[in-house]
Design a protein around this ligand. Structure first.
Ligand SMILES: [Zn+2]
Length: 506
């Protein structure tokens, strides 16, 4: 038995929390009691005096392969990032996949996150070795996770109708020659991974992530869905993130990205849509009525200029909303406190009255209970309550973030930046102490990461040269799609702007 004593338990709506001791048996919270009321000489204790205790934050959308990619681009929208993906993440050996996931996991736990939904990409197809390399990184750090192989059967260039043809002759061949795993091979690989998955379901779960509907043929998406349904796996896809994809869906598929997913039988309680920026009321109603969720990744949406998701409207349609950081190639950190703050801030610049902005309590609930639902783990994580896993974060109240403590919930969202994280427990086990992940040699990890990215950047130099050469053409082409009449089909008031077709805001 373990007792966390003398801590201030965050308990909304109480502004300053409540003094409580938390009793843990194995990996589970068994009681929450008045301070000093446990008398058990055999119980281990953790002194939590001057500590604010919150449930671990849960990251609804990240990419572990992004662990080596912080700061790789600047004036990039999503199409720039997709164009650059072959050189950013190319030529990685199994140990590099482990290293990226390890760095991503260390950053998450040190910033108060205890579980994540990870869309992990391997080129050309997912492998058992790659998945195990990522799983072992989570094991090493102690982070709970859903690892979803991020899969597609079309390359970025194939996914944008007319793009390859629009490139100059020499570039056209190279873009055409780029190949991702064939649908059959990738589906077969997913089947092998799902059949052999042996990690405890409450710790490291398998998911499936057909990355973006336009990057997948219909047959491929149905194949993914079948495996997910057969094995009860949580699915996630990037849905309506940038304007060009949202608009081109209407133009080329004759329906929205959400409707495309639904036509493949993917939208259901097991499914979450990441980003979901350019979505109309019909799509929201569809997601809500089918019990699907949304991961709101406001930091990434700002960084890539994707837009602002209409979270208030999602809530009104009964959609469960979680919060995510996205991968470090597009946000560029794994700080869930910051992700909560962004979520509240962007809700306030959409022209809605203050009573419809996202409150700190709502953002906090999304980053805990909402994201837990995305992971399919809502029955045992996301709350500090009897019967829930002991995933706890102890924040040091003797840091400037809480001088003074006026309102715990407001300060968690508006003020906290991760610097007050002192201890983190996952499943009752201490994984962070003094703000540092236990058992991790940071200097060695930094040296290894530097060495690896230098080696990989030499190996990927040619791919980088190609991507940079065609970047302006790719960007112009995608922008052209976004300005097409198809944008008219979307609710324009979701993000501020004027409809390019009719010239009015609607
Ligand atoms: Zn993403």
């Amino acid at each position: 038995m373990l007792v966390i004593t003398g801590g201030l338990l965050h308990a909304s709506p109480s502004a300053r929390g409540e003094l409580r001791d938390i009793v843990i048996d194995g990996d589970t919270i068994v009681d929450i009691v008045a301070p000093g009321s446990v008398h058990n000489a055999n119980a281990a204790t953790i002194d939590a005096s001057r500590r604010l205790i919150i449930p671990g934050l849960i990251n609804g959308h990240t990419h572990s392969h992004g662990g080596l990619s912080k700061g790789v681009g600047d004036l990039w929208s999503l199409e720039h990032l997709l164009n650059a993906a072959p050189w950013i993440g190319g030529r990685r050996a199994t140990e590099h996949k482990h290293l990226a996931a390890l760095i991503n996991a260390v950053e998450q736990v040190e910033k108060g996150c205890t579980a994540c939904y990870d869309l992990f990409f391997e080129f050309p197809s997912p492998t058992v070795d790659g998945m195990e390399a990522v799983a072992s990184a989570y094991d090493r750090v102690g982070l709970r996770a859903v690892i979803a192989p991020m899969v597609a059967d079309l390359t970025f260039y194939q996914s944008v109708p007319g793009l390859i043809e629009a490139l100059p002759d020499d570039a056209r061949e190279q873009a055409r020659d780029l190949r991702i795993g064939e649908a059959d091979a990738t589906i077969a690989a997913l089947r092998v991974i799902a059949a052999g998955w042996s990690h405890p379901a409450d710790r490291i779960r398998l998911g499936i992530a057909p990355t973006i509907p336009q990057h997948c043929t219909r047959e491929f998406m149905i194949g993914c869905r079948d495996i997910a349904r057969e094995h009860g796996l949580a699915m996630q896809s990037h849905v309506s993130e940038p304007r060009y994809l949202s608009a081109s869906s209407f133009k080329f598929a004759g329906m929205s990205m959400t409707e495309t997913m639904d036509a493949c039988g993917i939208v259901g309680p097991w499914f979450s849509a990441a980003h979901a920026v350019w979505i109309n009321e019909k799509d929201m109603a569809l997601l809500g009525s089918k019990g699907a969720q949304v991961s709101h990744n406001a930091g990434s949406n700002l960084r890539l200029g994707s837009g602002i998701a209409a979270v208030r409207e999602y809530l009104r349609h009964g959609v469960t909303v979680g919060i995510g950081t996205d991968g470090s190639a597009s946000s560029d950190n794994q700080n869930m406190f910051e992700a909560m703050r962004y979520a509240t801030f962007v809700s306030r610049i959409r022209g809605l009255p203050p009573e419809e902005w996202l409150s700190t309590a709502e953002a906090f609930r999304m980053a805990t209970e909402g994201s837990a639902r995305i992971l399919g783990m809502q029955d045992f994580i996301g709350k500090i309550a009897r019967g829930y896993k002991a995933d706890l974060v102890l924040l040091n109240l003797d840091t400037p973030n809480y001088m003074p403590l006026n309102n715990a919930t407001h300060q968690l969202v508006f003020t906290e930046d991760g610097t007050a994280v002192d201890k983190v427990l996952i499943s009752g086990k201490l994984v962070v102490s003094g703000g540092r992940a236990i058992g991790i040699d940071h200097a060695a990890l930094a040296a290894q990461a530097q060495q690896v990215v230098e080696r990989l950047s030499a190996l990927n130099a040619q791919a980088r040269h190609f991507a940079e050469r065609i970047e302006p053409m790719v960007s112009n082409f995608c922008r052209g799609l976004a300005d097409d009449d198809a944008m008219h089909a979307l609710r324009r008031d979701i993000s501020p702007g004027v409809c390019p077709r009719c010239g009015t805001a609607h």
